[in-house]
Every structure is written in structure tokens, then in C-alpha cells.
Design a binder for this molecule. Structure first.
Ligand code: NAD
Ligand code: ZN
Length: 378
């Protein structure tokens, strides 16, 4: 079968690989029909996730058709259309029982923080992902969810990550009616978080980025008030001014190096890695109001030293963060899509044959050609 193949930082290609097989009674094999590239894949692509091995297939946002099931998978059969949450979760461990499906204890042998994730390095379990014609799905009696007949696969594939992540970003913010919410990052995740902020009752939604076409998109898609951080001086001072007491909720939908430059340069200068104020997370902490909430869905490496922890303590800021718990959120998100309150496929700008995976990574990483969300079609 054809599959994406990681060769090293910023080098991916298409390759012939062996077909996946059932390895455990709870496995399924899924024929992939849609597979997205995510901002999280860019962390792998940029070489910043530990233990990302050459030869791995990335891809944690995919949907498809069940090809084969193991003997313990009673709820699925060959031919079923399924969307597969990016978290690999057993559904039975201490953490899964609490609905923390992103922190499953069984699906990742290291099990120190994150649970298993498809195509996300050996730090996240070493599973091959779905940027391929076929993929092995462990714990298939728990994770995969039937795609309703009425649902477009372009909507379904975004329910595997972007929609639940954006929604959970807003949920973790504990948004109250009328709140001012600031979202850092106008990538797919930030755009979805801003859109979902309204569902929780926000009164004002502000999006900050520096990619012009993404800000333009946010203006109508979310819809949001938008600012280019290169044009507003110090974003913390600016946000204090326009919100008077600070934002009620700030959402970090950037993370480390999501754009390939957030950590390395700002205003064309090298960032100093000291207790500085120039990362989106520091901006969020410094511009939220006293007693406010900072919700982090941006993905970080194991350490980060740019957090103004003194302000967290002195302002009484609540920080909430996690990988999205996709399976927990799916029932209500499917309702929102059906009712037209969320438009997932509205984010897709590029439909690319799987064979052109290298070009798709380049477009998405470099923010070229108006790219917001690319979907690979095997
Ligand atoms: P993306 O790379 O498309 O978007 C990131 C955006 O942040 C870009 O538009 C970039 O220009 C912008 N940006 C860079 N520096 C900034 C700054 N200083 N201030 C404001 N904006 C800035 O990525 P995405 O797919 O939207 O994902 C966003 C983040 O969410 C990534 O870190 C990704 O790993 C993470 N993520 C987390 C989860 C989860 O479950 N927690 C799931 C999916 C993605
Ligand atoms: Zn993703």
C-alpha cells in the first residue's frame, strides 16, 4: 500500500509499505478515505518531538471504511464508515473511566503523560498513522465511531481532532455569558476554538496571528475581531487597552513552533530563551484578567521556560490544558454539525492526492497558497 514516510526534519515522501494486519483481537484495519495534516504533525515535521523515527507514517486525523476486524470487535463490521479519534484509548483504564481518553494508560507503554496517538512518534506509543491507504486501529471496539449517513466525510475527518480540540479549548476556558475571549493562533484549531467560544456564550471573540489570509478568514468564519501581532505593538499592552480589565479567557492555540517560527524569531529578531514575554503563552497569561482562565491546547515539548509563573500566582490565573478527549465530546459535536452550528469542512482549503504528501506538508508548514487545512485523499 502507499503511505507517507518520514525521512528526517522537513523530509517526507510517499512510499510502498506492507499492508497493516490484525495484531490483537481488539484491532481493526481501516481503509482510509480522508486524512488531514495537522499543526501537530508540523511539530514532528520540524523535528521537535523526541523519538520520531525515520520510516514512520504520520497521520492522526483520518476516517475511512472498516476493512477487517479482530474477534473481540463486535460493534463494527467490514464496510462500516468510521471516523477514528486521534487518541488511542482502551476505554477501560483509570483515566479512560474518567473520560480522559487522551491520557489512556494502556495505549502507551511509557504512559507518563499522553496516551497513544496515531502516527505521533514513539513518545506517543509508536503507532503508525493514517496518512496511508490503510491503517491498523487498536482498541477498535472502543474508539472508532460510525459516521452518520447524512454526514459528509470532509466533516467527519475534522471530528477526529480539530473540532473536538477547538471545542475543548473553549470548554476548558469556562466561558461565561458575555465573556471576552482572546484566541492566539488562527490555524484550524484556533479558528475552531474561536467559533466554539460563541457556543459557550462569549460576548466578544478576538483572534491574534500574523498570517494575513488566516486573519481574514477568521473575520468571517469565527466570526472574530482580528489583529496582526506585528501591527499592534506589545500585544499585552494592546489587549489590556481594548479590554479594559484584561480578557476573561485566553486560549493558546499555537504551541511550540507551530508555524516554524514562533519560537525562533519575532519581528525578525532571534528570541532569547529567558523569562521573556514574547511567546503566545506568555501573552495569554499576561493579558488575561486577574482571576481569569488560560486554556492551552497548543502542543509543547517536554520543557518550556517562557512561562511568567509569577504572574500566574499573583493574578490568580487558572491554567487548564490537555489533549482533546475526542470520544467524550463526539455525541454533542455531531449534534452541533447536524444543526449547522459548526461547519468543519469550511476549514478545508486543499484536497491533495496522498501521492503529493510532500507538497502538502510544504504548503501547510510554509503557510502558502492560502492554506488553512489540507486533506490527503488516498
Ligand atoms: P497551525 O500551525 O496551522 O496554526 C498555528 C497558528 O499560530 C499559525 O497560523 C501561526 O501563524 C500562529 N502563530 C504563530 N506564532 C504566533 C503567536 N506568537 N501569536 C499568535 N499566533 C501565532 O496549527 P493548528 O493545526 O491550528 O494547531 C495549533 C496547535 O494546536 C498546535 O500546537 C497543535 O500541535 C495543537 N493541537 C493540539 C491538540 C490537542 O488535543 N491539545 C490537537 C490538535 C492540535
Ligand atoms: Zn491533529
Amino acid at each position: 500500500m502507499l503511505a507517507m514516510d518520514y525521512r528526517g526534519p522537513r523530509r517526507v515522501r510517499i512510499e510502498h509499505k506492507p499492508m497493516p494486519v490484525i495484531q490483537h483481537p481488539r484491532d481493526a484495519v481501516v481503509r482510509v478515505t480522508r486524512s488531514c495534516i495537522c499543526g501537530s504533525d508540523l511539530h514532528l515535521y520540524h523535528g521537535m518531538v523526541p523519538d520520531t523515527r525515520v520510516g514512520m507514517t504520520f497521520g492522526h486525523e483520518f476516517c475511512g471504511v472498516v476493512e477487517e476486524v479482530g474477534p473481540d470487535v463486535q460493534n463494527l463490521k467490514r464496510g462500516d464508515r468510521v471516523l477514528v479519534p486521534f487518541n488511542i484509548a482502551c476505554g477501560q483504564c483509570h483515566f479512560c473511566k474518567q473520560g480522559l481518553f487522551g491520557n489512556c494508560h494502556e495505549s502507551n507503554a511509557q504512559a507518563t503523560a499522553v496516551g497513544g496517538i496515531f502516527g505521533y512518534s514513539h513518545t506517543a506509543g509508536g503507532y503508525d498513522g493514517g496518512q496511508a491507504e490503510y491503517v491498523r486501529v487498536p482498541y477498535a471496539d472502543f474508539g472508532p465511531t460510525l459516521i452518520p449517513d447524512w454526514m459528509d466525510p470532509d466533516d467527519a475527518v475534522l471530528l477526529t481532532d480539530v473540532v473536538p480540540t477547538g471545542y475543548q479549548a473553549a470548554e476548558m476556558g469556562g466561558i461565561q455569558k458575555g465573556d471576552t475571549v482572546v484566541v492566539f493562533g488562527a490555524g484550524p484549531v484556533g479558528l475552531m476554538a474561536a467559533r466554539c467560544a460563541w457556543l459557550f456564550g462569549a460576548g466578544r471573540v478576538i483572534v491574534i496571528d500574523h498570517v494575513e489570509y488566516r486573519l481574514e478568514f477568521a473575520r468571517t468564519y469565527c466570526p472574530a475581531e482580528v489583529y496582526d501581532f506585528r501591527e499592534i505593538g506589545d500585544p499585552v499592552v494592546f489587549l489590556k487597552k481594548i479590554t479594559e480589565i484584561g480578557a476573561d479567557v485566553c486560549i493558546d492555540a499555537v504551541g511550540a513552533d507551530a508555524s516554524g517560527n514562533a519560537w525562533h524569531t519575532l519581528f525578525g529578531k532571534k528570541l532569547k530563551f529567558e523569562a521573556g514575554n514574547a511567546t503566545p503563552l506568555a501573552w495569554a497569561i499576561n493579558s488575561v484578567k486577574k482571576g481569569g482562565v488560560v486554556s492551552i491546547v497548543g502542543v509543547y515539548g517536554p520543557t518550556g521556560n517562557m512561562i511568567p509563573i509569577g504572574n500566574v500566582v499573583n493574578k490568580g490565573v487558572t491554567i487548564r490544558a490537555n489533549q482533546a478527549s475526542v470520544k467524550r465530546l463526539l455525541p454533542r459535536l455531531i449534534d452541533h454539525v447536524q444543526a449547522g452550528r459548526i461547519d468543519p469542512k469550511g476549514l478545508i482549503t486543499h484536497r491533495v492526492p496522498l501521492e503529493d504528501v510532500a507538497e502538502a506538508y510544504h504548503l501547510f508548514s510554509s503557510k502558502l497558497d492560502g492554506c488553512i487545512k489540507p486533506v490527503l485523499i488516498p
